[in-house]
Design a protein around this ligand. Sequence first.
Ligand SMILES: NC(=O)c1ccc[n+]([C@@H]2O[C@H](COP(=O)([O-])OP(=O)(O)OC[C@H]3O[C@@H](n4cnc5c(N)ncnc54)[C@H](OP(=O)(O)O)[C@@H]3O)[C@@H](O)[C@H]2O)c1
Length: 308
Amino acid sequence: MANGRLLITGGSGLLALNWACAMRREWDVVLGTHVHSVRLEGVRAHPLDLEDSGRLARQFEAIAPDLVIHAAGLTSVDQCEENPALARHVNAALARNVAEAAATGSIRLAHISTDHLFAGTRSGYREDDTPEPLNEYARSKLLAEEWVRQALPQALIIRTNFFGWGHAGRQSFSDWILQSLRAGREITMFDDVYFTPLLADALANAAHRLLERAAAGTINLAGDERVSKYDFGIRLARAFDLPAELIRPGKQSDARLVARRPADMSLDSAMARAMLGDELGRLDDFFQALRRQEEAGRREELFHAVTE
Ligand SMILES: NC(=O)c1ccc[n+]([C@@H]2O[C@H](COP(=O)([O-])OP(=O)(O)OC[C@H]3O[C@@H](n4cnc5c(N)ncnc54)[C@H](OP(=O)(O)O)[C@@H]3O)[C@@H](O)[C@H]2O)c1
């Protein structure tokens, strides 16, 4: 294929599946899998052991990717809080292994980081703001950035927050909202938590355009609009012609959660916009795209794509 071979770790995850769908016509996509198996049209899946960088370098040599997206991780914030050693291992040590193996093979790497790294006491965090992680997930992801940077300074480290279609065993934030409203269930969404989400496909497209420009280092790739989780839900409901009145506002500050969470995770993507010469995208456009994806069969395809 014109663009070469793209290997995505965490191949059964929410981001990898949508990234693969976004790129499968242009790239020879290989999804690197762990416990779960994946079957997705036009994409190959390959078991990938991230535990040892030397072994991983040999696997990279055999698969021969031109580009690796590292999207594997332990993404449950509460699970990370309950098991910090596991969080550190999966999120940071395995990321370092991936970066070392990519360095050995001179393979371009994009590492997926998070918008969760800051204290959340203000909005629009930039790349040069000082992270202040509030929980173990954030601490492990911050350490991952540091270790990836050390192992492969040319790696692109992407801080983001995305949504897209999940699979039967891993429903996404937008899946949960849509499914609840379609079932006529009331849900509560926080109106005191802010973020700047973007559609997974928009994230993949922007990342590839940055990689084409040989971008390296840390960059924010987030949506152009800062919204509360509640507003996200209301606007998603309206875009899908679902009853928005089923969504009740609630407060994260009143919720009893295992891990502390930032109240404002919004990122400022001005640097990416300047490099791309373009906007990252607005929510209503993302929601229309999500709707078109469902009409084209993406929801159904991904729902059944992953098995134990
Ligand atoms: N979801 C979000 O809104 C969000 C926001 C900001 C940043 N991120 C970041 O984006 C990335 C992708 O997130 P996601 O939501 O797509 O993740 P996800 O759906 O939770 O999937 C995680 C993937 O990682 C794999 N994995 C877990 N432990 C592993 C291990 N020990 N070795 C190899 N693979 C392992 C899982 O495979 P098995 O299930 O087979 O173990 C799965 O494919 C993560 O780095 C996350 O921190 C996510």
